[in-house]
Ligand binder design. Structure first.
Ligand SMILES: [Zn+2]
Length: 136
């Protein structure tokens, strides 16, 4: 490789002077790059997982109906810290209803800020969790 080959810092994009095998312009950029590469995604993933767990908890706390269904207002969900940004999966029925789930708990939007909370026990059954859950 010719010594004049232009390389840029992986962190800040500045031209790197000197040795052509260098990947960063400075120690500060190298440290910053490794910080971003290692820590930031971990924090982000943790935050999303926590949001999903909180959503699941909110749905399970509000879904007090004996038949596993409860109608709640959007304000009640927000009050408890529900985040509509995060869910684990959606389920569209043949009738065209779009259910949104956080793990085994979910809701169907009814319109005018009302939601029907539902629970899918078969999700637990498929994972072998149903017996545990019944004992608890
Ligand atoms: Zn740099």
């Amino acid at each position: 490789m010719p010594a004049t080959a232009e390389k840029v810092c992986l962190e800040c994009g500045e031209k790197i002077l000197g040795r052509t095998d260098k990947r960063f312009c400075s120690d500060a950029c190298r440290n910053l790059y490794h910080y971003h590469a290692n820590n930031a995604p971990i924090n982000y993933v943790r935050n999303v997982v926590n949001a999903l767990k909180r959503n699941r908890r909110v749905l399970s706390e509000l879904n007090t109906g004996a038949d596993g269904k409860t109608k709640v207002h959007r304000d009640r969900l927000l009050e408890k810290g529900y985040s509509f940004m995060y869910h684990t999966n959606t389920h569209r029925t043949k009738a065209g209803n779009n259910y949104v789930f956080c793990f085994e708990h979910g809701y169907l939007e009814l319109g005018e800020n009302w939601f029907m909370l539902v629970r899918r026990d078969e999700y637990l059954g498929r994972s072998g969790d149903l017996k545990k859950e019944e004992k608890a």
